[in-house]
Design a protein around this ligand. Structure first.
Ligand SMILES: Nc1ncnc2c1ncn2[C@@H]1O[C@H](COP(=O)(O)OP(=O)(O)OP(=O)(O)O)[C@@H](O)[C@H]1O
Length: 453
């Protein structure tokens, strides 16, 4: 039968691979195994694969890295992640980054088969529209965001370069994706380049591509991301961090709309809409001679400035309910209550990490809350301390910071069966911080060894 579906399973634990293989083969799938991300990518080159099921935590190439690579090389391939207990925030992150779904370990084989069948029964186009970013973006109630919405909708249909400015976590990347999905280019590729975290030498070949043999590790021709974005949009994130040399190469591309792969002689014409973002002060960088003003003006044909969350607190309630509903739905949780007192406490916090911090903190609170009711004590420790120091906040701190810190640590340790590393991850603090705080509050982690909830 040609109809049998091909599933690629990736896990560094061969026992899990065997169990998965047996289960999926018995359910009528043709199964391929890989013990790491590199072999998975290799197999994807050679085999027709309909769906990929991968562990999140693997040495060398993590599940998230594999997701990034597959979204680039095989954008239509659906991915399901297997996640360990307590890594729901990671899994939610993966789903936001483009994975279709996730399933927590120890997993129920039946549930996995059901998920695979459901996903494979949906056409790729329908899957895309399920992932529609515009449905996932909350504009809120502030005047400034209403004006921004109008601007985004107006600019989306044009081909103008857009520069998005704002602090980290305000939603620059979301707006960039919206500009693409609301544009006539929406069915064409949308390529994201993280200029900030890509080393300069690699960035050049990532953006422009290279020819085999053009440098020591160029073992085959590689298409650059600019070329991959042909017909669609190119999002250059953290543009403020690129080297002087890359600035001039980008400027040339923006002026001539042509690229030359590293090692190539011929140029290629490229039609792509360029959206850039930064949380850096580019004006100041220009004054300091660190950023070219001609590139700045090329990029900022239209500028979209997203204000920090603390300057648009009216948006917080809608965002809170949006993240709460999403989490409850995607984790199949019972309804969780968020009393008005918690909501007004949240509305008064400084949110230095903006919407990202709000979302992550809520995910932690959802995990840590008791009796399905979220109270201020269920939130990340850093926020509570920041709140304490935020003299402008209108809502006074009505509880003991120390006590809530101690309780949060105890609850996290119970949840993770006394494993400090996992508890630290749950709470979003470092391992060193949990060591220090357990000592400070006299908490004996070993007491929770057999108490995992
Ligand atoms: N208005 C919004 N509605 C729903 N989710 C949002 C909104 N704004 C931001 N988020 C969420 O907050 C997180 C951070 O957003 P995003 O990555 O777009 O921020 P950023 O400004 O690009 O951050 P950075 O500068 O650190 O890259 C994401 O998970 C995003 O989904």
């Amino acid at each position: 039968m040609n109809d049998l579906k091909h599933v690629l399973i990736v896990d560094d634990d061969t026992n899990i691979l065997e169990v998965l293989d047996a289960r999926l083969t018995a359910s009528g799938f043709i199964v391929f195994q890989a013990t790491n991300g590199f072999s998975a990518l290799n197999l994807l080159e050679k085999q027709k694969i309909d769906i990929l099921v991968s562990d999140m935590k693997m040495p060398e190439m993590s599940g998230m890295d594999l997701l990034t690579e597959t979204s680039r090389l095989h954008p239509q391939l659906p991915i399901i992640f297997l996640t360990a207990y307590g890594t729901i925030p990671d899994a939610v992150k993966a789903v936001r980054a483009g994975a279709i779904d996730y399933i927590a370990k120890p997993f129920d084989g039946k549930e996995l088969v059901k998920k695979i069948n459901t996903i494979l029964s949906i056409s790729p186009a329908a899957r895309e529209s399920n992932n529609d970013e515009s449905l996932d973006f909350v504009w809120g109630r502030s005047k400034v965001m209403a004006e921004l919405k109008e601007l985004v909708e107006k600019v989306a249909s044009s081909n103008a370069n857009v520069l998005i400015l704002g602090e980290s976590g305000v939603g620059k990347e979301c707006i960039a994706k919206l500009l693409h999905t609301l544009s006539p280019r929406k069915d064409k590729p949308y390529m994201v380049v993280d200029c900030g975290s890509t080393p300069p030498g690699i960035l050049e070949s990532e953006l422009f591509g290279h020819l085999k043999g053009s440098f020591t590790h160029a073992i085959q021709d590689k298409k650059g991301l600019i070329e991959a974005a042909h017909g669609g949009s190119l999002f250059l994130d953290e543009i403020g961090n690129i080297s002087a040399e890359m600035q001039s190469r980008l400027l040339r591309f923006l002026e001539e709309r042509k690229i030359r792969q590293v090692g190539a002689i011929k140029e290629k014409e490229i039609d792509c809409r360029v959206i850039a973002a930064t949380n850096a002060d580019l004006q100041e960088a220009i004054e300091q001679g660190e950023f070219r003003s001609d590139l700045y003006y090329r990029l900022k044909v239209v500028t979209i400035q997203i204000p920090p969350l603390r300057d648009r607190r009216e948006d917080i309630p809608e965002l809170v309910y949006h993240f709460l509903d999403n989490s409850v739905r995607s984790n199949n949780l019972q309804d969780i209550e968020l009393p008005d007192s918690t909501l007004s406490w949240l509305t008064g916090l400084p949110w230095k990490g903006n919407v990202r911090e709000l979302r992550n903190s809520l995910e932690t609170a959802i995990i840590l809350c008791k009796n399905n009711t979220i109270t201020p004590e269920d939130f990340q420790l850093e926020i509570i301390s920041e709140k304490d120091g935020d003299k402008n906040s209108q809502h006074g701190s009505a509880f003991s910071i120390k006590q809530s810190e101690k309780e949060a640590i105890i609850r996290a340790l119970k949840q993770t069966g006394g494993v400090k590393k996992d508890a630290a991850e749950l709470l979003g603090i470092s391992r060193r911080a949990i060591q220090y705080k357990s000592k400070k509050y006299n908490i004996d982690a070993s007491k929770f060894k057999n108490q995992r909830k």
